[in-house]
Ligand binder design. Structure first.
Ligand code: FE
Length: 197
């Protein structure tokens, strides 16, 4: 049942999140989380994620499994649909909401997403008013933040992005799966940053 898939997803998400000091420091996991109706929305990126056999997590095996199990019932986001980001990015960059608009759960405290990037994908510079933290659940990627050195992050590591601080990501031969949390001003979607890569 779909409800069970999402309940398991929430349970595994809560366990990973509350077990990580940097995530809890960013924002405590909400006490009040309400289930809400969801309209599944499929896109090619969902298949890319589900067919990725190289993605594996030593630390977050159960969370990875729960994200994959809920994937067919999720509302996959097309955040950059009407931009010039290109078809390759649209077809391969995967994201669905776990807590927040379009997701199976709601909270007035945080937004929570899964983000997936297959190998050799570049997520161009972008920014948003919400503060953000990425937790790498599986795989690895290069994280770029305006004004700080690039960081190569693997599972269990985090990247914090301040309000409207431009950031970008790049995968090499490995994919990456992340849990992404937003706090404050989370009703404004991200936009691509007008700058050179
Ligand atoms: Fe971001």
């Amino acid at each position: 049942m779909t409800t069970d898939l999402f309940d398991t997803l929430l349970q595994e998400t809560r366990q990973a999140y509350t077990g990580h000091a940097a995530m809890m420091e960013f924002a405590p996991f909400p006490d009040v989380i309400e289930p809400q109706p969801i309209t599944p929305h499929h896109c090619p990126c969902a298949d890319v994620f589900l067919q990725d056999t190289a993605l594996a997590s030593d630390t977050y095996t159960d969370l990875h499994a729960a994200i994959a199990a809920a994937a067919p019932a999720a509302h996959w986001r097309e955040t950059y649909k009407d931009t010039d980001i290109g078809d390759d990015f649209m077809d391969r960059f995967g994201c669905y909401c776990i807590i927040g608009d379009g997701g199976p759960f709601a909270s007035d405290r945080i937004r929570l997403y899964m983000v997936y990037m297959p190998p050799h994908l570049y997520y161009p510079w972008h920014h948003h008013p919400a503060e953000e933290i990425y937790l790498v659940v599986a795989g690895q990627a290069q994280f770029r933040r305006d004004g700080t050195p690039d960081a190569h992050l693997t599972e269990g590591q985090t990247s914090f992005h301040a309000s409207n601080q431009p950031h970008a990501m790049q995968t090499a031969s490995d994919p990456v799966l992340c849990l992404v949390a937003w706090r404050n001003r989370f009703d404004t979607p991200p936009v691509l940053t007008d700058r050179k890569a």
